[in-house]
Unconditional design. Structure first.
Length: 264
């Protein structure tokens, strides 16, 4: 699983953001798409300059009003699920809240991550920086649990920081809870921040991936989503293949064979 090697030549990758979103599943009640990194799910006051949103794009593609079921951060790619009615949306949200939904992500992190493990670390809900000044009350941490398994590791002959080499891991993540920025914050907590994370990551390694690989995104992908269908109850298993940009990176790192076949 571990390797130390010279890098393969870079692969040119076309811009995918100007295309319609790939539809992974659609029936009379639901639609799921493969969201690219850099696309907001819906309008946000944090990104007032943005003019393109997954919700509006899917509405235009299907010709129907859609209702988001869960969140993916703007820089995260992968499976994004919508309902075609508020009633179906409520049923699905209840499934998420009840823990009846299984989610799997793929990430590139700094360092040699453990072979596997569980991160059980409560997270305080993000709050306005002035909240505690007026109330005098700090919010309590909410239960947050993430399982993970390391798929591959590599040591590159490139100095980033004080060491002569740099180590990275390819990790499969399965969050049991759905706290805001949970995976990003959990891997920062265990000192293996996700590469490309400008909020919780490490700038030197993010810069190395920008300069060496041309990667200007968070290396986190929502690869699988399994949930009971809100009408039939039959399990629905959705898989979002990696985009060409991530595939090109994994090929250069020699990690393609470590990725589960359905995710490629």
């Amino acid at each position: 699983m571990e390797s130390s090697q010279a890098l393969s030549p870079p692969v040119a990758v076309p811009d995918q953001n100007d295309k319609a979103l790939p539809i992974l599943f659609q029936d009379d009640y639901l639609v799921a798409v493969n969201k690219p990194s850099g696309l907001l799910v819906h309008r946000s006051p944090i990104d007032r300059h943005e003019t393109r949103f997954a919700l509006q794009t899917v509405r235009n593609q299907t010709g129907r009003r859609v209702y988001p079921i869960h969140r993916l951060d703007k820089p995260t790619s992968g499976v994004l699920l919508f309902a075609f009615s508020p009633e179906i949306a409520r049923t699905l949200v209840e499934s998420f809240t009840a823990g009846a939904v299984q989610k799997s992500y793929l990430a590139v992190v700094r360092g040699y991550a453990p072979d596997d493990g569980t991160i059980d670390y409560p997270l305080v809900e993000d709050q306005d920086k002035h909240d505690h000044i007026y109330t005098g009350i700090e919010k309590e941490g909410q239960a947050a649990v993430t399982d993970f398994r390391t798929l591959a590791r590599i040591e590159l002959q490139s100095a980033v920081g004080r060491y002569d080499t740099s180590r990275y891991s390819l990790v499969a993540l399965s969050p049991r809870t759905g706290r805001r920025h949970q995976l990003r914050r959990h891997f920062k907590h265990i000192f293996h921040p996700i590469i490309g994370d400008t909020r919780y990551g490490e700038g030197r390694h993010n810069r190395f991936f920008r300069e060496e690989f041309g990667m200007h995104r968070l290396l986190l992908h929502a690869a699988e989503l399994t949930f009971p269908h809100p009408v039939t109850g039959v399990p629905v298993e959705l898989t979002a293949p990696l985009d060409r940009e991530l595939m090109a990176l994994l090929a250069r790192l020699g990690w393609l064979n470590a990725v589960p076949p359905g995710w490629r």
